[in-house]
Ligand binder design. Structure first.
Ligand code: 7TS
Length: 406
């Protein structure tokens, strides 16, 4: 194995600890990834050297921090291959990015009887904002079903696109089934009818190279904390032609050009969508996280993560009573499963006592649970710092759970 996992683990101080007297195994990376020392140091550096409010001061610190903030915007533009830094809007995370589009795009472009199309596997963050804006505007929310593998049913998708569809919103990768959705084809088909597409990239951004121009998506959303950066910072990418037309989401400082007693004019992109003091420490951390991902090479660790998943599927196939949920054509970094006759919550609690952190429950995708007619799942989600030995420990732990509960 050429991938230097032990060397990489040294960068993640949190991994080196005991939990209930066992060496910690962290398999909850889809919820949030751990942070390398380089990211932690960048946040510390900001507070020790550059802390101040940005864009507003003529003084030295403000200029330096503003420089890093805007340089990071340009680095993100490169990282996802946007056409311009004006298309990169800093948000709190994926949830805020989607809410921004739902409210701003929705208010401007949604009329009674119009349709928004999402899939049944969406995280609540790419579900509830659309449900709410549809309710407000009198529009209709429609759902793309799954095929028998748990992948998006592309045949039905084609039939759902019509002249009333105003937008398609779809996860790049599912946080429950692990499926990488065929977003390029989804976008191509929608564009044949001039329908814009928003991609929820929360689960994809840390596992796959993302090229928004190649995908030709209209919006792409992601969170820093799922890609080794701090919490509370994220990105909305939007094509300039849409962002120019959309009204502000929040109002206040920074997003204005001029304010008069009777009206206000708005700032240019991207500032029109960045009201108030932003999360500057988060941007410092996000910049370092991107450097880190570039340093360890996305193609290499993507291959390694795939090997972790294949190894797990092989191990799991030999555990009696274990059922993997979904069998997607392409999978990114996670596996959901159930143990026959054992509630996922009970299994998760017992596994935790063996030092292994997995996620159990509906994973903020209650409609998908209803659709699949299951109460929840146990989910193991990986990062490039996980190891084959840790997967062996999970498999052993599951056998122990079966003995205890069975
Ligand atoms: N979209 C997807 C596909 C997600 O997996 C998540 C978070 C979000 C949106 C929301 O991201 P946030 O950073 O704005 O909260 N998913 C999970 C999860 O699977 N377990 O905890 C959070």
């Amino acid at each position: 194995m050429s991938f230097q996992v032990n060397k990489i683990r040294e960068d993640f101080p949190i991994l080196d600890q005991l939990v209930y007297k066992h060496k910690l195994v962290y398999f909850d990376n889809a919820a949030t990834t751990q942070k390398p020392r380089q990211v932690i140091d960048a946040v510390k550096y900001y507070y020790e050297h550059d802390n101040c409010n940005i864009h507003r001061g003529v003084h030295f610190l403000s200029q330096r921090a503003t420089g890093v903030f805007e340089d990071t915007r340009s680095e993100i533009k490169q990282f996802i291959n946007a056409a311009s830094p004006a298309e990169i809007i800093f948000t709190k995370g994926t949830t805020e990015s989607i809410n921004l589009v739902a409210h701003s795009f929705g208010k401007k472009f949604l009329s009674p009887g119009d349709e928004i199309l999402i899939s049944v596997l969406e995280h609540h963050s790419n579900f509830v904002p659309w449900q709410e804006i549809c309710k407000e505007q009198g529009a209709i929310l429609k759902f793309i079903p799954l095929d028998n593998r748990g992948d998006i049913d592309m045949e039905v998708y084609k039939t759902l696109l019509n002249e009333k569809t105003r937008l398609v919103a779809i996860a790049h990768s599912s946080n429950v089934l692990g499926a990488v959705n065929p977003v390029a084809e989804i976008i191509r088909l929608a564009h044949l009818q001039n329908i814009p597409v928003l991609v929820d990239g929360a689960q994809a951004i840390a596992h796959l190279p993302v090229d928004v121009q190649k995908l030709d998506c209209d919006f792409y959303c992601f969170s820093g904390h799922k890609m080794y950066a701090p919490m509370g910072i994220g990105v909305l990418y939007g094509k300039e032609k849409w962002l120019e037309e959309m009204p502000p989401y929040q109002t206040g400082g920074e997003m204005i050009q001029d304010v008069f007693f009777d009206h206000t004019t708005f700032n240019e992109l991207p500032y029109k969508f960045e009201a108030g003091t932003p999360n500057v420490e988060g941007v410092y951390g996000l910049r370092e996280a991107i450097h880190y991902l570039q340093k360890i090479n996305m193609n290499e660790f993507g291959e390694y993560e795939k090997q972790l998943v294949d190894y797990t599927l092989d191990k799991f196939s030999r555990i009696k009573g274990l059922k993997v949920i979904g069998n997607p054509r392409e999978r990114a970094g996670l596996i959901s499963f159930l143990l026959e006759g054992i509630h996922p919550y009970d299994a998760g609690t017992l596994i935790d006592k063996m030092g292994i952190a997995v996620r159990t429950g509906h994973h903020c995708a209650m409609p998908l649970m209803e659709y699949l007619k299951i109460p929840g799942t146990i989910r193991a989600s990986y990062s490039f710092y996980n190891t084959f030995e840790e997967i062996d420990r999970l498999a052993e732990a599951l056998e122990t759970v079966k003995k205890i509960v069975g």
